[in-house]
Design a protein around this ligand. Sequence first.
Ligand code: 5GP
Ligand code: ZN
Length: 119
Amino acid sequence: MAGEAQPDCLFCKIVAGEIPATVVRETERTVAFRDINPQAPTHVLVIPKVHYPNAAALAAADPAVTAELLTEAGRVAEDEKIDGNGYRMIFNTGAGAGQTVFHAHVHVLGGAPLREGLV
Ligand code: 5GP
Ligand code: ZN
């Protein structure tokens, strides 16, 4: 059923504590942890505990947790002190856009000068 944990989903396993992760923030409905292959000095993923395949599906099904995801991403940026210089929130959506884990997540990237442009 929509939103239920998927047995083969990597991020559902992180939520369940079956795969270790360096958690930096957690709420009742979200978890933020460091990306295993960081692309910037700060690279944190914020995910909902419920499973949806991407951010758009999450937003359609659960606007409240989607808003919390963004709030938590902003708090990560504050905690990491990357908010002063600017940072990125990225939602890769679909394999053609580089999405490799099909559990909604936002990347929070910063701590170094970020390349200009969108692609
Ligand atoms: P996507 O490419 O789907 O937008 O982002 C998936 C991200 O998950 C990638 O940046 C990748 O490095 C990260 N990732 C993949 N496997 C793991 C893992 O086991 N632990 C953590 N912490 N991050 C992972
Ligand atoms: Zn999942």
